[in-house]
Design a protein around this ligand. Structure first.
Ligand code: FPP
Length: 258
């Protein structure tokens, strides 16, 4: 894939299509089951998951998505066996060693959200390098949630707001949804339009709790290492069947109500 600047398609059929969701977020689930079905260690499932991530970044860009957020490691994943945690901690290095040059060249800006506490200095440095080397890019935005939890992010934001209020930098009266959002790890990033979870599980698992307020959800029966462009396309097709009302009413119903 060479990431092209998102362009409206010129084909007549595509011209009639609705625009792609701006921001898609994915819970990359099912690596363990994928490995188990093959009699392989779970670690190999996670490595296969990295390959799926590479393919999905390319297919998301091809589908004119601008922001892709993926859930790489949750604040709850520390409870897994130490050997699996060690493998999960090694995945960003594996991914960026293979892909950072390409991401940089293709205009992808990388951002890693989640707590840095608990990560090795090497991993913190890898995240910082990925962000720094891609900081000037703006064709596509890849946000990786790592050591991330929606509740932890909200709690951390509340703590920073409390500190700023106590220090007199903000007034308690200024705290509203917009200000709160500006203290989250996702500050400045549009909320996801679509949250996708493969593997058949139908839950959010502490992912983007604040940001998911008006997201559409698509759950797919495919394990993450088997996830391909056709699955992302299917999720977007499903997204286009949804009517988003953001708490409002359907336009026709408003007219009917007089
Ligand atoms: C959940 O599947 C998946 C994870 C905890 C890790 C997901 C991470 C990747 C796919 C690669 C991440 C890459 C980077 C760059 C961070 P699971 O192990 O819970 O699967 P199971 O439910 O089948 O056991």
């Amino acid at each position: 894939m060479a990431l092209a600047k998102p362009q409206p398609s010129t084909s007549a059929a595509a011209a009639a299509e609705a625009p792609a969701p701006l921001h898609v977020a994915i819970v990359m689930d099912g690596n363990g089951r994928w490995a188990k079905r093959r009699g392989l260690p779970r670690t190999l499932g996670h490595r296969a998951g990295v390959e799926s991530l590479k393919k999905t970044v390319a297919s998301a860009a091809d589908l004119n998505i601008r922001w892709l957020t993926v859930f790489g490691f949750s604040t709850e994943n520390w409870s897994r066996p130490a050997s699996e945690v060690a493998e999960l901690m090694a995945l960003p290095k594996r991914y960026f060693e293979a892909e950072l040059g390409r991401l940089e060249r293709d205009g992808v800006r990388v951002r890693i959200i989640g707590r840095r506490e608990g990560l090795s200095q090497e991993l913190v440095d890898i995240c910082a390098e990925a962000e720094a080397r891609t900081a000037a890019n703006d064709r596509f935005f890849l946000q990786i949630a790592f050591n991330y939890g929606g509740q932890a992010d909200i709690a951390d934001a509340a703590q920073r707001i409390a500190r700023d209020a106590v220090a007199g930098r903000i007034s308690p009266d200024a705290v509203n949804e917009g200000l709160f959002a500006s203290y989250l790890g996702t500050a400045g990033v549009p909320a996801p339009d679509l949250i996708v979870r493969p593997s058949g599980e139908q839950r959010l698992s502490n992912f983007m709790l604040w940001e998911a307020a008006y997201a559409e959800f698509v759950f797919q029966d495919v394990l993450w290492p088997d996830y391909g462009p056709e699955h992302l396309k299917a999720a977007i097709d499903e997204f286009h069947t949804r009517e988003r009302r953001y708490g409002g009413a359907v336009a026709d119903d408003v007219l009917a109500a007089g």
